[in-house]
Design a protein. Structure first.
Length: 226
């Protein structure tokens, strides 16, 4: 029995030494991870030496502690809802809560870049590169109008059909859901609620974009026929 007591004392001494010599954060992690196992071992040894009245509760406490430390943490989910509009060269997102616009470039030398990470000069160069994509031009111009007012006055470029692009090409139901930021199969009430909320944010009278307004109206028509 003396032999097992010495083993127990050695384990305790080693644990205390580790706790005292490690940084506070590591010590806390060691205590959380090793504490339950230590209690189980001590309880098992006490039970083995006919000290079950003390050993069994320690085993129970150790197992309970271990289960709690291994309990799955709740997954953090974001309630943020966004609408997505795509063209051949640009994917634009509108945050429902803040009304913020941002986009990701899908083609060319700036592929993968966010519009918010680019300077006005870079945006204008990209604008010239995508003249063959009228929907992309219209999306980019809606971003420029919001975040770089007066951009047209600061460039000598001519824009062929830029802000006049209607984006009225055929829209699929999947794209319509993405434009309104609702899940496939959303109810009529959910679709109308999303449309009303978004149309206020992007309407030209509120400093928004005629192109995005047209996209929202088209999405509503595709899903509801009205």
């Amino acid at each position: 029995m003396v032999y097992y007591v010495l083993i127990l004392v050695t384990i305790l001494a080693a644990l205390i030494y580790l706790l005292l010599t490690q940084p506070a954060r590591k010590s806390a992690a060691l205590l959380v991870n090793g504490g339950p196992l230590l209690l189980i071992i001590i309880g098992a040894l006490l039970t083995l030496f006919r000290r079950g009245l003390i050993g069994m509760p320690l085993v129970f406490i150790g197992i309970t502690w271990w289960r709690r430390t291994r309990a799955p943490q709740p997954i953090k989910t974001s309630a943020t809802r966004k609408s997505t509009v795509r063209s051949a060269s640009l994917e634009m997102e509108l945050d429902h809560d803040t009304g913020e616009l941002d986009g990701r470039i899908l083609t060319g030398r700036l592929e993968g870049a966010l519009l918010s990470s680019l300077s006005e000069a870079e945006l204008l160069l990209f604008h010239e590169e995508i003249q063959a994509d009228p929907d992309g031009v219209a999306l980019l111009e809606s971003y420029l109008q919001r975040y770089h007012p007066g951009w047209q006055e600061r460039t000598q470029s001519t824009f062929s059909g830029g802000s006049g692009a209607s984006g009225s090409g055929e829209m699929s139901r999947q794209e319509a859901y993405e434009v309104l930021g609702v899940a496939p199969g959303a109810s009529r009430e959910e679709i109308l609620e999303a449309w009303r909320r978004l149309i206020k944010r992007v309407h030209p009278d509120s400093g928004g974009s005629a192109f995005l307004t047209n996209k929202l109206n088209t999405a509503r028509y595709v899903l509801l026929g009205e």
